[in-house]
Design a binder for this molecule. Structure first.
Ligand code: SAM
Ligand code: DTB
Ligand code: SF4
Length: 332
């Protein structure tokens, strides 16, 4: 499928309407057609939509912490923390509340506006949930935005997190509905959607995205983004992760996606969810500065800062400061 090669009044009209409309009725064909645009055309369209909705030179910055590491009962075939694979990761029990609040204070000092707490759980249970709630209260009291990613939730748990002052809940759909069971067998795609529903219904901001590089096809990428865009409300934040290959996991040797396909995924997310923050998420450590710059040009406007994500490496110290400086970007 080839897209328009020159800008005409008709393409300009399309760009203007894409910039403002919040659609929830995308078809697979329409999303595939965006992916199939010539690269320059796609980037122009994404940047047009981005500029209509955001300051193009500002990037939201979040910091992650793993509050409970490893020994996860789920079998997500990309994850270093799954108990199903020998990844050599050192397990850690639940951190103490004070330790987490102190890490958040430091992250704030270093420029993060949001602090995201992640746990290697299928979902929160028992006393551990009470401790996690206390962490959220403590971080919120610092005046930071709070985010949690604790796995599957029921509606009472979602309400309890909301009452504790949680702002965002991260729960990724990871891939297309069709590819999901190739990647994870211990829960279903519908389980993920059900949690996203209870999170939204509790009035929490939704953070949901996926991973590029799980052996998915181009249609799977289109179907993943379309699933997010066709939700009752676009997720407020859409993390696009590039698979970090982890030794010992079934995806350790997965074929690296073409970098331009990753950038295209960011651009299409930007276009079909025009007002959402699109996060250039895991995988930055292995990217060149030029590739990251293209991701920002494609409409990414959020990143994780710091040397670590949950367990994997992120940006080396000083690298982001230098990158932001060279690109004239500033944190939101
Ligand atoms: N256990 C919770 C869950 O699965 O929702 C929260 C933590 S889990 C580590 C959060 C997300 O990290 C996953 O949904 C996945 O998208 C991402 N992730 C995990 N391992 C990754 C990897 N090796 N490369 C890229 N993204 C990864
Ligand atoms: C998201 O989409 N990516 C982040 C965050 N949400 C929780 C996690 C990336 C994890 C990468 C592998 C690791 O650090 O263990
Ligand atoms: Fe567990 Fe989350 Fe990793 Fe899956 S992605 S194994 S649920 S920590």
């Amino acid at each position: 499928m080839s897209g328009p090669k020159v800008r005409t009044p008709k393409t300009r009209e399309r760009d203007a309407s894409l910039s403002t409309q919040l659609r929830h009725d995308w078809t697979t064909e329409e999303v595939e057609a965006l992916f199939a645009l010539p690269f320059n055309e796609l980037m122009f369209l994404a940047q047009t939509v981005h500029r209509a909705n955001f300051d193009p030179n500002r990037v939201q910055v979040s910091r992650l912490i793993s509050i409970k590491t490893g020994a996860c009962p789920e079998d997500c075939s990309y994850c270093p923390q799954s108990a199903h694979y020998a990844t050599g990761l050192e397990k850690e029990k639940l951190l103490a509340v004070e330790e987490v609040v102190e890490a958040a204070r430091v992250a704030k000092e270093e420029g993060a506006s949001r602090f995201c707490m992640g746990a290697a759980w299928r979902g929160p249970k028992g006393d551990d949930f009470d401790v996690a709630v206390a962490m959220i209260e403590g971080v919120k009291a610092l005046g930071m935005e709070t985010c949690a990613t604790f796995g599957l939730l029921d509606k009472w748990q979602a309400q309890r997190l909301k009452d504790a002052g949680l702002d965002y809940y991260n729960h990724n759909i990871d891939t297309s509905p069709e590819h999901y069971s190739e990647v994870i067998t211990t829960r279903t795609f519908q389980d993920r959607l059900d949690t996203l529903d209870v999170v939204r219904d509790a009035g929490l901001h939704v953070c949901s995205g996926g991973i590029v590089g799980l052996g998915e096809t181009g249609i799977d990428r289109a179907r993943m983004l379309l699933t997010l865009a066709n939700m009752p409300k676009h997720p407020d934040s859409v993390p696009i992760n590039l698979l970090i290959p982890i030794k010992g996991t079934p995806l350790a040797d997965a074929e690296r996606p073409d970098p331009f396909d990753f950038i295209r995924t960011i651009a299409v997310a930007r276009i079909i969810m025009p007002k959402s923050f699109v996060r250039l998420s895991a995988g930055r450590e292995g990217m060149s500065e030029e590739m990251q710059a293209l991701c920002f040009l494609a409409g990414a406007n959020s990143v994780f800062c710091g040397q670590r994500l949950l367990t994997a490496k992120n940006a080396a110290p000083g690298r982001d400061k230098s990158l932001f400086g060279r690109l004239g970007l500033s944190p939101m």
